[in-house]
Design a binder for this molecule. Structure first.
Ligand code: SAH
Length: 263
């Protein structure tokens, strides 16, 4: 079986935005596609890699601005495959993390369309890289939880707060910007310390990346006042305690050394 036969679908992870963070396989599949359906989260610099012969279809969904519902997307993908296309469904980050992949996999399987997944770098990994931080910490953060704080319009967040308020865990909260006050209130209410370190990373891996450090007690204020309208990740836990910007310190050192050697 070839990697990409006509009439099949690949769910491809586009990574967090920086085109250098695409896998080589993702890039190969993108070039081999005949049609590519992408989300709003997939940035322009990744789409620049799509060759002109590939038909590009935006099926973007950003919260509050749904352009296509999930069922229509499932149908579009299946119909394209049944028409003999080589279909890439390009999704931000990793397709298997908060990416509605199951719906699309099921739709393909139900229609007898071969479908496979090419993983991608998820936003939490890119955010940690930007911070120069590890998401786990020996002895102190033995557990890493990926959780979404996106609720359906008008509904309260239905999460197991008692389990999430674990001082030995790192929480990576996706789609959590709007719900930040509710997240803070519930974690504090279940005993997590207001001093728990938090990092907010907006537009991770992109030129406009912003990193903010705060604490659980100050999270509502920081999320409200300091974030723009790019996608943002909330990282919570002891692993996120600020240990200084190692990267900057090293580059300052080498700069000092170079200047020193000139005199
Ligand atoms: N499948 C994606 C997640 C989709 S859910 C992945 O694996 O990364 C969308 C949420 O992901 C956003 O609301 C935001 O919380 C997060 N996200 C995606 N890209 C991001 C980026 N470049 N920087 C920060 N957060 C990002």
């Amino acid at each position: 079986m070839s990697e990409f036969e006509a009439g099949s679908v690949w769910l491809v992870g586009a990574g967090p935005g920086d085109p250098d963070l695409l896998t080589r396989k993702a890039e190969r599949l993108i070039r081999a596609a005949s049609v590519l359906f992408h989300d709003a989260l997939v940035g322009p610099r990744v789409l620049d890699l799509v060759p002109p012969h590939v038909r590009l279809v935006s099926v973007g969904k950003r919260s509050g601005r749904h352009s296509k519902d999930q069922k229509s997307i499932d149908r579009l993908i299946v119909e394209a495959a049944l028409a003999g296309e080589r279909v890439v469904r390009l999704k931000g980050g990793d397709p298997a993390i908060f990416g509605r992949a199951t719906e699309e996999l099921d739709a393909c399987r139900a229609a007898g369309v071969p479908v496979r997944i090419c993983p991608g770098i998820t936003a939490a990994s890119a955010a940690a890289a930007g911070l120069g931080a590890s998401l786990t910490l020996r002895g102190l953060a033995r557990k890493l939880t990926f959780v979404t704080a996106h609720a359906r319009a008008g509904e309260a967040l239905d999460l197991d707060w008692a389990a999430l308020a674990d001082p030995q865990a790192t929480l990576a909260i996706y789609m959590g910007k709007k719900a930040a006050p509710e997240v803070a209130k519930n974690l504090l209410g279940h005993g997590l310390s207001p001093d728990t370190p938090i990092a907010l990373v907006e537009n991770a891996s992109l030129p406009q990346e912003r990193r903010l450090r705060t604490t659980l007690g100050l999270l509502p204020l920081t999320a409200r006042s300091a974030l723009g309208d790019g996608p943002a990740l909330i990282l919570i836990g002891e692993a996120l305690r600020d240990r200084g910007e190692v990267v900057n310190r090293y580059s300052e050192n080498s700069l000092t050394r170079r200047e020193g050697s000139r005199t």
